[in-house]
Design a protein around this ligand. Structure first.
Ligand SMILES: [Mg+2]
Length: 381
């Protein structure tokens, strides 16, 4: 079996209502997908996380080196891509390109053997994953605290058992928003906060001090991902679990987080940190250090399905009869690329998602929608 064709695509959805977080505003959702086809016609889909046009260029860079290789030997293909980019791409979009191809190879391998990716990974230790609603972004609404509280109540009513909200507008404003949301949803739904590295250590400590008694399940990316020691210092000053890693890459990057005692929860993005192949290795290291792992997940049904299979196979540190169901991040912002580009639609039932048993990732692209959202001919990142 040989890799015959590697095709990278950029799909885009212009949003009806722009939204923003602590760093910048989204006007559209652009995502790079890859379709790898083998000489027997079996194809697999993958996805990269990051600037779509640059990831597409990265995939096109890798393509001549991996065409003709055996798609079932995903570690061999991974090593070829890694070796070809190591000298100038130890972090960033080239690794997102590598990740996208890696995910597509797992999809091919599953289809070839007639097995779901979770089985190829070693089996399902959990039959279900538990989505938390990732939303509560900022908008130009005249009373944002009320808007955020209403949105959180909507997720609770939809059956979500956890909700993550954005912070990073300044400690006083964040405090107002968190207080409003917690009051609206009560304490029977978990609440997480994410500042997208908006704060200095001093500001992050200040915010933690003010919300210590509000039952926050984790504070995500409180400070710059470059400041491993600030993460560690924050953990020493608060009881709120600290998470991070969506801007981290490869086992080597995560080793720094783990070895510095920087996080309670590591959050690699499977579509950026090195694909399923590498994040499985990162998860083994997290387990060794006693650190929890909940991937950052953002994008189409391809990214979500990759995370579902990965999470179902995740090692569980706490040996006990009643184990926690793994959390999966489920972005709730406006995104047609998540809702109608791929099939089947990921929809929780009673607050849970059953791990698919179809061969491969168990997701496919609707080609009519694909044509609608494809923008390959535009130089647009
Ligand atoms: Mg985040």
């Amino acid at each position: 079996m040989k890799i015959k064709k590697v095709e990278a695509f950029v799909v885009s959805h212009e949003l009806d209502e722009p939204f923003h977080f602590s760093q910048w505003e989204y006007q559209s959702r652009k995502i790079c997908l890859v379709r790898v086809t083998s000489d027997d016609g079996t194809y697999g889909w993958g996805e990269g996380y990051g600037p779509a046009g640059m990831i597409k260029a990265g995939i096109e860079f890798f393509t001549p080196f991996i065409e003709g290789m055996n798609p079932l030997e995903h570690e061999t293909v991974w090593q070829e891509m890694y070796s070809r980019s190591l000298d100038y791409a130890r972090r960033g979009v080239m690794l997102a390109a590598l990740s996208a191809v890696d995910i597509a190879l797992w999809d091919i391998k599953g289809k070839h053997f007639g097995l779901p990716v979770s089985t190829l990974l070693g089996g399902r230790k959990s039959e279900y994953v538990q989505p938390y609603a990732s939303g509560l972004y900022f908008s130009r609404h005249k009373d944002l605290a009320v808007k955020l509280a209403d949105e959180a109540v909507m997720y609770k009513e939809q059956g979500f058992r956890g909700i993550k909200m954005k912070v990073g507008l300044g400690v006083a404003t964040d405090l107002k928003h968190i207080t409003a949301v917690r009051k609206a949803i009560g304490y029977d739904v978990e609440l997480m906060i994410d500042s997208n590295h908006a704060y200095s250590l001093r500001e992050a400590v200040d915010l933690c001090n003010r919300i210590e008694d509000m039952g926050i399940s984790w504070f995500e990316e409180p400070v710059s991902p470059e400041h491993y020691d600030s993460y560690k210092q924050l953990r020493e000053k608060t009881n709120i679990p600290v998470s991070g890693g969506e801007c981290e890459y490869l086992r080597h990057g995560f080793f720094q987080l783990f070895n510095n005692n920087s996080v309670d929860i590591a959050q690699p993005d499977i579509c950026a940190a090195g694909g399923i192949t590498e994040v499985k290795k990162i998860s083994a290291m997290a387990n060794t250090f006693g650190v929890d792992l909940i991937p950052h997940t953002w994008g189409t049904g391809i990214a979500i399905h990759a995370a579902i299979h990965f999470l179902s196979n995740l090692d569980i540190s706490q040996e006990r009869m009643h184990r926690p169901i793994p959390w999966i991040e489920l972005d709730r912002t406006e995104n047609a690329l998540r809702d109608i580009l791929t099939e089947p639609l990921v929809s929780p039932n009673n607050g849970l998602i059953k791990v698919p048993e179809k061969p491969g990732l168990g997701v496919d692209v609707n080609m009519d929608m694909f044509e609608k959202y494809l923008i390959n001919d535009q130089a647009d990142f």
